[in-house]
Design a protein around this ligand. Structure first.
Ligand SMILES: Cc1ncc(COP(=O)(O)O)c(C=O)c1O
Length: 424
């Protein structure tokens, strides 16, 4: 099945917009993606048709309650969770993670150890350091190699002790693009009895997730990175969610997910998440059919989403290859991440670079003058930028294509970077 970019792009109204008469080129996708009409339609239908709070005894409230339930069912399929009750919605990953740090902290004793890594977005770093401060825990940090841009699992092994109680792990880096060997890391930590919390925000737009196969205890992502609206979605192992003491109001039932979703939730946001899943299902069934395999115990919708991810990844390898080779050909540019096409299955298409003497913010500004949108700076991944030694130099320029970008758009970005470098 060919990957039909025209059909794909027609789903996203924003891709047709202009920037001062030039086509807009969205290469800021690691920060947030554009949304397809499935999402917009779902959000509008929710806001027009059942804009009410849940659990009332009237039609629109009943419909809102059902819609919210369906959003949990959809995300359970996205993560391949055992139950929709293991899905907790929140405004974003960071807020959910601060909440979980507050909830998990009392499980630990002073002197217990937690592990985090130098590859984290700060959203999977500071909440846990704060938890450690509040409960007298020792924080150990797993480095990554500045040669390979990957972890050395022997180094993880060396950090684990009988007192290791918790680890926060990055699935894919929002700067380097590296996809980490999370199943192996989780297995090592589980063997020591530690709780594992996986930040899948950058991985989720590019690869299939199966929390039951991963074996972790928590996993979190943000739907606005995979074509949905601004919503964070946490999965937690059922028996852990059940026994954790939530910060909830008396009137809220003491059951998951309700006890973690206290206060009125974003009905329109959760409706939009259903739309994002519908879009992925469309992609999986129309353009990923050769990857669509039924497996016993795996819902059809999960298989369709995984087929979409496989089809997207195949195409995204081509985008990464073109982008990385183009950037490396520019004098003085250093790409920070895996660059060998033979290893592209160990990276997402998020590509960051720096160049001595070139201010990342100036590059982003120059590209914006030409309608090309990219991020610069630390992108909240402070541990990564510090480990790269770029904290005082303005961080990196990050170019992040996704499956709706064309090769011509990537070429355009590379040409503009080259033009900027030549002129400065
Ligand atoms: C890897 C990673 N983790 C966490 C976050 C934070 O996500 P949110 O904005 O949903 O809090 C981001 C956002 O870019 C991210 O890239």
């Amino acid at each position: 099945m060919t990957f039909d970019l025209d059909r794909i792009r027609a789903h996203f109204p924003a891709l047709a917009l202009q920037h001062d008469g030039m086509p807009r080129v969205y290469l800021d996708n690691p920060a947030g993606t554009q949304v397809p009409h499935e999402v917009l339609d779902r959000m509008q239908a929710a806001m027009v048709g059942c804009n009410a709070n849940m659990h009332g005894n009237f039609r629109t409230s009943r419909e809102a309650t059902e819609l919210v339930h369906q959003a949990h069912v959809a995300m359970a399929d996205f993560y391949h969770a055992a139950s929709p009750d293991e899905i907790v919605f929140g405004p974003n990953m960071t807020t959910l993670t601060f909440m979980m740090a507050r909830v998990l902290g009392p499980l630990f004793e002073p002197g217990d150890e937690i592990i985090t890594t130098h590859m984290e977005h700060d959203g999977n770093n500071t909440p846990w350091r704060r938890m450690a401060e509040d409960h007298g825990l020792v924080v150990k940090t797993l480095p990554w190699s500045r040669d390979t841009y990957e972890f050395d699992l022997d180094e993880l092994h060396a950090l684990i002790t009988p007192r290791t109680k918790f680890a926060s792990l990055n699935y894919a880096s929002n700067i380097l693009g590296t996809i980490n060997p999370v199943p192996q890391m989780v297995a090592m930590l589980k063997a020591a009895g530690a709780i594992t919390y996986v930040d899948a925000v950058q991985y989720a737009p590019h690869g299939p997730i199966d929390v039951q196969a991963l074996g972790c205890d928590f996993l979190v992502s943000s739907s606005y990175k995979y074509y949905g609206p601004h919503q964070g979605v946490l999965w937690g192992r059922g028996e852990l969610l059940d026994r954790l003491r939530a910060f909830k109001l008396r009137v809220v039932p003491d059951v998951a997910p309700d006890k973690f979703e206290t206060g009125c939730q974003s009905l329109e946001g959760q409706a939009g998440v259903i739309g994002a899943i519908e879009y992925l299902q469309w992609l999986g069934t129309t353009m990923g059919s050769e990857h669509l395999h039924s497996q016993p115990g795996v819902p059809r919708r999960t298989a369709e989403i995984h087929a979409a991810m496989a089809a997207m990844a195949e195409y995204e390898y081509a985008l990464s290859g073109r982008l990385i080779a183009g950037l490396q050909a520019i004098d003085g540019v250093q790409v920070h991440g895996i660059t060998d096409p033979a290893s592209f299955e160990r990276r997402v298409p998020t590509v960051s670079f720096s160049r001595v003497g070139t201010q990342p913010s100036d590059v982003a500004g120059f590209l914006d003058d030409h309608g090309v949108y990219v991020w610069n700076g630390h992108n909240y991944a402070l541990p990564v930028i510090e480990w790269l030694g770029l904290a005082d130099l303005g961080g990196v320029v990050r170019i992040g294509p996704t499956h709706y970008n064309t090769l011509a758009e990537v070429d355009r970005a590379v040409e503009l970077v080259a033009e900027f470098v030549t002129a400065h």
